[in-house]
Design a protein around this ligand. Sequence first.
Ligand SMILES: [Zn+2]
Length: 240
Amino acid sequence: MAPNEDVPPRILIVTAHPDDVDFGAGGSVAVWTEAGAHVTYCVVTDGDAGGFDPAVPRSEIAGIRRAEQTAAAAALGVSDLIFLGYPDGRLESTLDLRRDLARVIRQVRPERVVCPSPERMWDRLFASHPDHLAAGEAALCAVYPDARNPFTFPELMQAGLDAHVVKEVWMMASPRAATYVDVTVTFAKKLAALRAHVSQETDREGKLEERLLGWLTHNACQAGWPEGQLAEGFFRLETG
Ligand SMILES: [Zn+2]
């Protein structure tokens, strides 16, 4: 388990869609910002294939979802958001995406990168949306080798962005999760962040809280913690 006090100054969280960070790591983000970390979100797509209301013009979805993610971030103490604007539902780990993520890493210069697992979870298929797998793969390639090798993407150096070594990567929704953050105290903030994604009808049947408590209790159980505690789980990789 990772002690909650072990929080680096700068954390970059890469996700495929608006709301991914809130499902996968919302409670942890609140723990980290409360501990003084500067957290930056890099959201690769605008979630423009999401939403349920046919009366809302599709062209408006991207703006709505950016605004919802921004409001959700505020509930967790995050105000630094980068949207890359890739199309939702068709994400691939391309060289363009690797370059864009390497650029963000060199700009933000985080000690820790949080991203989706590129490895599928067989017992929770919906956590392993293909966009998540692609964003995770590209983020890992950006951490190693793209951001740290000054000769990869020389245009980044020419733009004044020096190479940067990320010390650790924490993967969300990983079948190898073995690092747990205690989110018992920040659970209410995670819930508030998820409810900010109004267009996604995250709490359609009023069962969101119950579902989250189920998942987070299961994680705490996996961590071997006593009943009543809540945890978010990650697969942590040292990359420094
Ligand atoms: Zn997603």
